[in-house]
Design a binder for this molecule. Structure first.
Ligand SMILES: [Zn+2]
Length: 160
C-alpha cells in the first residue's frame, strides 16, 4: 500500500513517467523534499548509500528487499552506467562470478572452441605467450629453469 501511494505521487509529479524514471528526476526530487524523504524511508531496506535516482528505480521495479550476491550473499549495488544501467548485478564481484560452476563450464567451452583445449593456459597460444614472457623477464622459457639457474649460481658462489 505504501509503495502504491508513493508510486502514485511520483507519477503525479512526473518523476516516474510511463513506467520509467524521468531523466530530470534528480532535480525534480530536490524540489520535493517531502517526497524525497518518503522515498528514502520506503527504500530503507537498501543496505548501502543509494542515490535518490537509484531509489526511484528500486520503487519503479517493485524491488522490496536488498538484492544480494548469488554466490556469497553480500550486498550488491545498482549499476549506474552501461548497458545494464539501473539493474542489480547477480554477483558482487568478478571473483564471485568466476567461481560459479556455470561460468567455469562456459569458459571451458569457449577455450575449447578457441584453442582446442578447455584450459587455455595449456593451449599452444597461451603457452607460447607465457614462454615469451619468461624469456623476456628471466632469459629462460619457464620459471622452474629460472630457479635452477639461480640455485646453480648460488652454489657456485658458495663453492668458491
Ligand atoms: Zn559475492
Amino acid at each position: 500500500m505504501q509503495r502504491v501511494r508513493l508510486l502514485l505521487e511520483l507519477k503525479r509529479l512526473g518523476i516516474i513517467r510511463n513506467d520509467r524514471v524521468s531523466t530530470k528526476a534528480k532535480s525534480q526530487l530536490l524540489k520535493q523534499p517531502m517526497v524525497l524523504q518518503k522515498l528514502v524511508e520506503y527504500t530503507s531496506f537498501l543496505h548501502y548509500d543509494a542515490s535518490p535516482v537509484e531509489r526511484l528505480h528500486v520503487v519503479q521495479q517493485n524491488i522490496v528487499t536488498q538484492p544480494t550476491c548469488k554466490a556469497c550473499n553480500g550486498i550488491v549495488k545498482m549499476r549506474t552506467s552501461g548497458r545494464y544501467r539501473a539493474t542489480f548485478p547477480t554477483y558482487c564481484s568478478a571473483r564471485c562470478l568466476s567461481n560459479q560452476e556455470t561460468v567455469k563450464e562456459k569458459r571451458k567451452a569457449t577455450n575449447l572452441q578457441r584453442y582446442g583445449n578447455p584450459f587455455a593456459i595449456a593451449s599452444t597460444v597461451c603457452r607460447e605467450k607465457a614462454k615469451q614472457k619468461w624469456l623476456e623477464n628471466y632469459g629462460v622459457d619457464n620459471p622452474a629453469k629460472a630457479d635452477v639457474v639461480k640455485q646453480k649460481r648460488k652454489q657456485m658462489l658458495l663453492d668458491r
